[in-house]
Design a protein around this ligand. Structure first.
Ligand code: G16
Length: 543
């Protein structure tokens, strides 16, 4: 071990020394920063991934992406053997390794090895992939050097969407029980489930299989092209923002469409047509359309969650199976969606802090856990108990044909869903199946409930970590006095609600507000952002 740690330290200081002393934190979805600052972080994440693999005695994964962030940023995150986000205790190890001075790197590694009682003589195995950012290759080579110096075996999957890598690592660690551990295996599994479900629907009502898809100029474009080849023409998809020109996430993609509440630049909306946007690494999706009056309508993660929960609830009821279902949201969930879920669908809803790891964890408390962030990141988890009940039901003799048919549909739906993490491609296929089953157009789906008008803003402050929150980010506890000011502002607006939180992917404080009309939501968001600027140390132009 000593010899390896010596090499780690030498190579680190010779080739991957931090360019300038910046403190970097493992945030909502790993490290995110300007690409130029990340070589040493990537090298060190290679080291940590090897340790995580030794600790788990399994293959782990590393994804190089900054997802929705602008093209000049990049990032890296570690993925657990079952395709889940890195365990929270290891996030702090990642932060300490990334920030250790060169001379303390080997000491830092040694302290993790000791604390976690890792048998260093065990083998390590890591799979990795990257999105289409131009410097990804160079950063992925730095990460690979970290793996090599630790003596880890590895497989470079090249370009993948983030959810594809999550899927592959889970397949590897379940000896293929979850699917074939290749990109082709991913397409085949999803496409087979999609075709089977789609062909079982005989009357499609108002449903239309045409989609105009904005791929954010990201990796989702080339991967969707591959998926289309497997879909037997059951969907008619026209790609926009496919990366042939235009910058990644620039005035396009799921984050842009959700936050700006408008269509991607250059995509002209035709009334009645269905549109969808992926984000840069295709782990989020939102839908939108224009009505006859050319008014823009967004169907975000909340609308997807309610659609999926409604569909699954109907199948569970029809199958007569005894499995419970719950839905997990964050504070960004539109107030109307929570009322619809709890009062109309009568499904229990939980609220947790932003970040897939929190939603995923909470969703595991249900037999069937649906989780979606309003930004379009989400999936469905089926517990092993639920999977077993559903599997047994299909061959059970004491059930009616109708019950069996519903159970068999549920089983196929499980194959269509990427249960490791939110997946734009899988979610797109799932939404299409549901709309087709219900015979719904976009308008039909949209009218389930009406969103409260809302607005999101960002404010730059000296140190965003000065803002601390509680109650699933719905209350600010530091700096003192800020929450009282927000309460005061909110009380002036009918149906007003607002909260603020430090972003874990960008150097900003995020502000969310909703109210009875758009003018009021905009005013509330603006007034809260001014308070954040004044009380939490705003920098640059005052909002
Ligand atoms: C990531 C996370 C999401 C989170 C989003 C914004 O998305 O995976 O869970 O909602 O960042 O996080 P924050 O508000 O902390 O900046 P993505 O698509 O960028 O990976």
């Amino acid at each position: 071990m000593d010899e390896t740690l010596r090499k780690v330290s030498n190579l680190g200081s010779e080739k991957f020394s931090p360019i300038k002393p910046t403190v970097i934190q493992y945030g909502t979805a790993g490290f995110r920063a300007n690409s130029e600052l990340l070589s040493h972080v990537m090298y060190r994440m290679g080291l940590l991934a090897a340790l995580r693999s030794k600790k788990k005695k399994a293959t782990v994964a590393v994804m190089i992406t900054a997802s929705h962030n602008p093209e000049e940023d990049n990032g890296v995150k570690l993925i657990e053997p079952m395709g889940e986000m890195l365990e929270i205790t290891w996030e702090s190890f990642a932060t300490s390794i990334a920030n250790a001075p060169d001379v303390e790197l080997s000491i830092c590694l040694e302290s993790i090895i000791n604390k976690e009682e890792i048998d260093f003589s065990l083998p390590a195995d890591v799979v990795f992939a990257r999105d289409t950012r131009s410097v990804d290759l160079h950063l992925s080579q730095a990460m690979q050097c970290g793996l090599e110096v630790m003596g880890s075996t590895f497989t470079d999957f090249g370009l993948l969407t983030t959810p594809q890598l999550h899927y592959i690592v889970r397949c590897m660690n379940t000896n293929g029980a979850y699917g074939e551990a290749t990109e082709e295996g991913y397409y085949c599994k999803l496409a087979k489930a999609f075709a089977s479900l789609r062909k079982s629907v005989l009357h499609v009502g108002n449903y239309d299989n045409k989609i105009q898809l904005d791929a954010a100029n990201g990796v989702g474009a080339c991967k969707m092209k591959e998926m289309i080849k497997h879909l037997e023409c059951l969907l008619d998809i026209e790609l926009h923002k496919d990366g042939s020109d235009g910058r990644l996430n620039y005035k396009c993609g799921a984050d842009f469409v959700k936050v700006q509440q408008t269509s991607p630049e250059g995509v002209l909306l035709k009334p009645g047509v269905k549109y969808a946007s992926f984000d840069g690494d295709a782990d989020r999706i939102v839908f939108f359309y224009a009505d006859e009056d050319h008014k823009f309508h967004l169907l975000d993660g909340d609308k997807i969650a309610t659609l999926v929960a409604n569909f699954l609830q109907q199948l569970i009821t029809a199958s007569g199976l005894s499995v419970n279902m719950g839905l997990v949201q964050t504070a960004y969930a539109n107030g109307s969606s929570t009322v619809y879920i709890t009062e109309e669908l009568k499904i229990p809803a939980a609220c947790v802090p932003t970040g897939v790891k929190h939603l995923h964890h909470q969703a595991q408390q249900f037999d069937v856990g649906v989780y979606f962030e309003a930004n379009g990141h989400g999936t469905v988890l089926f517990s092993s108990k639920a999977s077993e009940i559903i599997q047994n039901a299909v061959s059970h003799t004491g059930m009616t044909d109708e019950q069996k048919s519903a159970a068999s549909k549920l089983l196929t739906v499980m194959d269509l869903i990427n249960q490791t993490v939110g997946d734009a491609i899988s979610d797109l296929l799932l939404v299409e199946i549901i709309l087709c089953t219900f015979g719904w157009s976009m308008e039909d789906w949209d009218k389930c409930y009406i969103d409260l008008p809302n607005r999101q803003l960002k404010v730059k402050v000296k140190d965003r970590n000065d803002i601390q929150t509680a109650d699933a980010e719905r209350k600010v506890v530091k700096p003192s006095g800020l929450q009282e000011e927000i309460d005061q502002l909110v009380s002036k607006f009918n149906k007003g609600r607002s909260f603020v939180r430090p972003s874990g992917t960008e150097d900003v404080v995020r502000i969310y507000a909703e109210a009875d009309c758009q003018v009021n939501a905009d005013r509330l968001a603006h007034e809260v952002s001014v308070k954040v600027y004044e009380i939490a140390g705003g920098v640059g132009d005052k909002p």
